[in-house]
Design a protein around this ligand. Structure first.
Ligand SMILES: *Cc1c(COP(=O)(O)O)cnc(C)c1O
Length: 379
């Protein structure tokens, strides 16, 4: 139907320029992209890595989350939010979500705190920033670290503050479907300069001196001080990211226009309800999610999904609650009943396509097709 990503001709030229230059990786574009990101979100530091999952892994590793620790996360997220905790042999504790927003539920979060809780990873589901004020209060009073998986929400704001500056550290993804793309890519933003230095070492095998430093000091000696990974992002990807970031404010505006357009279609129908956006936030609208009112329909969510797909419309379901995944059931003894509201809402949600690449006609086609399918299947 359409592409999710937009790659403008100046984006392409920026990549070509790097391909013709001396540095394909670990060159000047990396630092430049990091500075641009840090400036965009208003933090002292940004560290770019090879993808969003690497960003999560780097973040929890450099904060020394380890075996015996518990990390609270909403169950309504991509599996990577939980997996990064397991990479550290720590335990993800699944928290239920608010059915109106699908953001982490503060009451259930309080219930699931324990003396072993080291951190919370809040997820800005669909692009809507979480209740950071309340989350900060809980984290501070319990002396735990507040982190953000902001992979959906680059370009969003909470009480005027950019997403990426609202937690001790925040992660982003630049996968092709995200708000800006470098193909694959990721970043962590933070005001903690020491943490950022650690993260740059971690993404480079745990080696403390980089090749620029060795060059300056005329030495081949390098020291591996900690166990790290190769999570570097190339210069041509960074060039694409720098160029993409310039378009972002305008793209977020367009995402909001599309969401408004969908909202108008759905305002007065009782058999479907869009997620709510709280006041005081700028929703980055990575996803536009509706809940089907199954009680009024003869048709299941799966049938609606298939019917839309049959008509060539790119609907999806974000996400299967992570605590229902076979891996977590087997290894962490999770299962149905652990997060009842997420389980209830999971049966009803459908993500409609939203991308600044969409025309109004395409938005209208998606909305009217969905309404038509539902109206012909009312009880
Ligand atoms: C996309 C995404 C990730 C993972 O990012 P990748 O770049 O695909 O590794 C993690 N968490 C959330 C919420 C995401 O949407």
């Amino acid at each position: 139907m359409f592409k999710f990503q937009i790659v403008e001709s100046e984006d392409i030229q920026a990549v070509i320029d790097v391909l013709k230059s001396d540095w394909l990786t670990t060159g000047p574009r990396v630092k430049e992209f990091e500075r641009a990101l840090a400036e965009f979100v208003g933090t002292k530091e940004a560290v770019v890595v090879s993808n969003g999952t690497a960003a999560l892994h780097t973040m929890v590793s450099c904060l020394d989350i380890q075996e015996g620790d518990e990390v609270l996360i909403p169950t309504m997220t991509f599996v990577a939010t939980a997996n990064c905790i397991v990479y550290r042999k720590a335990k993800p504790v699944f928290v239920d979500v608010n059915p109106e927003t699908l953001l982490i539920d503060l009451e259930d979060l309080e219930r699931k705190l324990s003396p072993r809780t080291r951190a919370i990873i809040a997820v800005d589901y669909a692009g809507q920033p979480c209740d950071y004020e309340e989350l900060k209060t809980v984290a501070q009073s319990r002396n735990i670290t507040l982190l953000a998986d902001a992979c959906h929400a680059l370009g969003g704001k909470y009480q005027g503050q950019p997403v990426g500056s609202l937690a001790t550290a925040s992660t982003f993804s630049f996968h092709a479907v995200k708000n800006i793309t470098t193909g694959e890519g990721g970043a962590i933003t933070t005001d903690d300069v020491v943490l950022a230095r650690k993260m740059r070492i971690f993404r480079n095998h745990g080696i403390s001196e980089d090749h620029h430093q060795r060059d300056r000091e005329k030495t081949w000696v390098y020291q591996m001080t900690d166990l790290g990974f190769n999570y570097r992002l190339t210069d041509f990807q960074c060039a694409l990211g720098i160029s993409q970031l310039k378009h972002l404010p305008q793209w977020i505006e367009r995402r909001n226009e599309i969401a408004e357009r969908y909202n108008k279609f759905f305002a007065r129908v009782p058999y479907l309800e869009p997620l709510k956006t709280k006041s005081g936030v700028l929703n980055a609208y990575h996803l536009y999610v509706v809940k089907l009112n199954l009680e009024q329909l003869k048709i299941s969510r799966e049938m609606v999904y298939r019917e839309m797909k049959n008509r060539g419309l790119a609907v999806n379901v974000h996400y299967i609650p992570v605590h229902l995944q076979p891996y977590y059931r087997e290894h962490f003894d999770t299962g149905p009943g652990l997060c009842p509201r997420a389980e209830w809402v999971y049966e009803r949600i459908l993500s409609l396509p939203v991308s600044p690449a969409m025309t109004n006609e395409q938005v209208d086609l998606v909305a009217s097709t969905l309404l038509e399918i539902l109206e012909s299947n009312l009880k």
